[in-house]
Design a protein around this ligand. Structure first.
Ligand SMILES: Cc1cc2nc3c(=O)[nH]c(=O)nc-3n(C[C@H](O)[C@H](O)[C@H](O)COP(=O)(O)OP(=O)(O)OC[C@H]3O[C@@H](n4cnc5c(N)ncnc54)[C@H](O)[C@@H]3O)c2cc1C
Length: 350
């Protein structure tokens, strides 16, 4: 056994869990099957809760290059509403994830990229942080699939101003666009599988959804290299077992409309560290239950609320009604925005 802890996956969940365990004196090996820095299908928006979770860990500086967010513009067909959304930051996943890995390495973690680890790999404790693609968590029936790309700054119309999230919704799915630190336009979408098929792929599907909103065209969007994801909404079969704990998307995920996945990943990683550190000292089966309860406290309630939002979005009538109500009464968004930005219960401090 060469390390106390093996962390599989170096997204925000894995990098933060690895760092927190190293800071508790554990020897940690962090591996990722991708070569870093790597892109990831993601809206690249850290909400106020994610920013607060990083601040609690003394990691605010990793966001230094990010674009501060002001508001979100939501469209249902030609109707749109602008909702203030302060407290968040847009930062590409290449930049964010590489910065978090650097922080883990600075805390003493050994990092190997381009290495695919197997769950049974030898270490006292394994943290499974392998995201959506790295688990066998069953997908919910009818779950949407994700897709993403990024458009070079030179091709992006001025309409898509930095600091605003543009979210176009339609019957077959939704597309989110935001400028990241280098002026590129990050594009992230969730589509019904049948819509994706009938449109002929993610590029044409995104153009169809954005066309309904009537926003300026991003030249060449359909021809950009798009990446896809498996079905998005899934529940992990188990959150932990003998000498292993799952965190981040690997512990279950809900469609990304509310843009909370990274907050959940960071908060769950911070919350698992003290429990996993005790497991390194001495394995006790009661730690499984302890992690299930701590995970529920950290992110469980928020995931339930996100499920409700994703169901509303399935109904074009309800979505159009919500957008119309927000356009007329923007103050209606205040409680939802406050709840999205409220710090999560990770129990961790820098
Ligand atoms: C369309 C879309 C839009 C989104 N928009 C937002 C948003 O705006 N804001 C937000 O907060 N969240 C958003 N999310 C969610 C967010 O991307 C995830 O919740 C977040 O990345 C989860 O972090 P993680 O560390 O758990 O997993 P990931 O970031 O997926 O990292 C997992 C890592 O594990 C590695 N891996 C997998 N299997 C193995 C293996 N066997 N061995 C080694 N390495 C492995 C992968 O290469 C990957 O690097 C969005 C998601 C989607 C799909």
């Amino acid at each position: 056994m060469t390390h106390d802890v093996l962390v599989i996956g170096a997204g925000p969940a894995g990098a933060v869990a690895a760092r927190e365990l190293a800071r508790r004196g554990c020897s940690v090996l962090l591996v990722d099957k991708a070569k870093f820095p790597r892109a990831k299908v993601c809206g690249c928006c850290l909400n106020g809760a994610a920013v607060a979770a990083l601040a609690r860990l003394g990691l605010t500086h990793v966001l230094a290059d990010g674009v501060p967010l002001r508001d979100v513009r939501i469209a249902a067909g030609r109707r749109s509403a602008r909702v203030p959304l302060p407290g968040g930051v847009a930062l590409s996943r290449e930049a964010l994830d590489a910065a978090l890995v650097r922080e883990a390495v600075a805390a003493g973690v050994e990092f190997r990229d381009g290495v695919s680890a197997r769950f049974e790999s030898a270490a006292r404790v394994t943290i499974v942080a392998s995201g959506l693609t790295g688990t066998d968590a069953p997908a919910e029936p009818g779950s949407r699939v994700g897709a993403g790309t990024s458009a070079p700054a030179s091709t992006v119309p001025d309409f898509f101003a930095p600091g605003t999230i543009f979210m176009a919704t339609a019957r077959g799915g939704y597309v989110g666009l935001v400028r990241v630190e280098d002026g590129r336009l990050d594009v992230a979408a969730a589509f019904d599988a049948t819509f994706l098929k009938t449109q002929g792929g993610p590029g044409p599907a995104a153009e169809a959804v954005l066309g309904e909103a009537g926003w300026p065209r991003v030249a060449g969007l359909a021809e950009l290299p798009w990446k896809g994801t498996p079905a998005l909404t899934r529940r992990a079969k188990a959150l932990a077992g003998e000498r292993w704990f799952a965190v981040g998307d690997a512990a279950g995920y809900v469609e990304p409309f509310t843009g909370e996945g990274m907050a959940w990943a960071i908060a769950s990683a911070a919350a698992v560290a003290p429990i996993a550190a005790r497991a390194v000292q001495r394995w006790d089966a009661s730690l499984v239950r302890e992690w299930v309860l701590a995970h529920r406290r950290a992110v469980g309630n928020r995931q339930r609320a996100c499920r409700v939002v994703s169901r509303v979005l399935r109904s074009p009538t309800l979505t159009a009604f919500a957008v119309r109500a927000l356009a007329l009464f923007p103050a209606l968004s205040r409680p939802v925005v406050a709840s999205l930005n409220r710090p999560l219960h990770s129990g961790a401090r820098a």
